[in-house]
Write a protein that binds this ligand. Structure first.
Ligand code: PHE
Length: 340
């Protein structure tokens, strides 16, 4: 009896194994055969009822059936594993003949790029870089710069006031005033940053950028200022750049100058960028007014200083031949891509 049952079980189970498709199917068969209540487990348990002379035969057959089932299972497992791997490989196939997508490179916006270049040049000349608040007090932006309330020279900078005493800084000179109060001379600083004025046309934006330089030391002269600016301009625009100094007026410097350079596009011949003049107006500068030094607590008998202020938007426009300041603020990707 038990012998027939065993043979029958072997045939049935191997048939099921042959039909299995997945690892899950195989797992289920294993449970059904070898589990606690599995067919083979129950049949083995039945050994105790088998007579002594039959027992070796039945035992041998049980082993034979177990071995046959285990062998079939192992073979099936291998087969299913191979099939699953083949399917996975097929799905994850990479077509190496497809054209590559390429690596897209970004580029620095012209303004931070000009700030970086000028900072590099000035740090190389011994300046340190400092920053200050954009929302500034009237005192640091104007009064400490020798521009008292109601003074006509305030009209040079059409300022955004938040209230009577707080404003959006109209010049990075405000950072100079703050630094002069806390730093002990001699020192050399540059202050790059955003500035604000109520101005808007093809060369002016209400938000723009300046970089202010300040040197305070004993025996500082106009000659030092001129040579320092000549070095900076030549490093920025090229060694063959011509530099012109013109007298000017600023309340915080005395004497004051304005600085022009030969147009890097036409090299002084005249073009649309320089409006046919061959020269570009670039920055204001001068010897720091002793009143400004005294207001910040610096002894004007012992120390003198010179200062200069760049318009960075204008510098970026000249260096990249950009005709309208709006391009700098539009975030047009096509424009930015050309800046690489
Ligand atoms: N702060 C001045 C301006 O914005 C520029 C300047 C700076 C002039 C330093 C002289 C010295 O117009």
């Amino acid at each position: 009896m038990i012998l027939d049952e065993l043979k029958c079980t072997q045939v049935q189970v191997i048939d099921e194994i042959n039909n299995a498709k997945t690892m899950k199917d195989i797992g289920e068969i294993k449970g059904k055969v070898f589990g606690k209540n599995g067919v083979l487990t129950s049949l083995s348990r039945g050994m105790k009822d088998v007579s002594a002379e039959e027992r070796p035969k039945v035992g041998a057959l049980i082993n034979e059936v177990r071995n046959a089932i285990e062998k079939a299972l192992a073979e099936k497992e291998q087969e299913v594993e191979n099939a699953e791997l083949a399917l996975k490989l097929e799905k994850e196939k990479i077509d190496i003949t497809e054209p590559a997508q390429g690596v897209k490179k970004g580029a620095l916006h012209p303004i931070p790029s000009v700030i970086d270049r000028l900072c590099d040049i000035c740090v190389g000349l011994g300046f340190s870089v400092v920053e200050g608040p954009e929302v500034e007090s009237d005192y640091y932006n104007f009064e400490a710069m020798n521009i008292p309330k109601n003074h006509p020279s305030r009209d040079m900078q059409d300022t955004f006031f938040i209230n009577d005493n707080i404003l959006l800084r109209s010049q990075t000179s405000a950072v100079q005033a703050r630094e002069m109060e806390v730093k002990k001379p001699p020192f050399k600083i540059i202050c790059p940053g955003k500035t604000y004025r109520n101005d808007s046309d093809s060369t002016h934006s209400p938000v723009f950028h300046q970089l202010e330089g300040l040197v305070i030391d004993e025996n500082v002269s106009m000659a030092d200022l001129k040579s320092m600016l000549t070095i900076i301009m030549k490093r920025l625009y090229g060694e063959d750049t011509e530099i012109r100094f013109r007298p000017s007026f600023f309340p915080f410097t005395e004497p004051s100058i304005e600085v022009d350079v030969s147009c890097p596009t036409c090299h002084g011949k005249g073009c649309s960028l320089c409006k046919g003049t061959g020269m570009l107006e670039l920055l204001g500068a001068g010897i720091v007014n002793p009143k400004v030094l005294e207001m910040s607590g610096i002894d004007s008998k012992k120390y003198r200083g010179f200062a200069f202020g760049f318009g960075l938007d204008r510098t970026a426009m000249i260096l990249n031949s950009i005709g309208n300041i709006r391009y700098l603020y539009k975030n047009d990707k096509r424009f930015l891509e050309q800046m690489k």
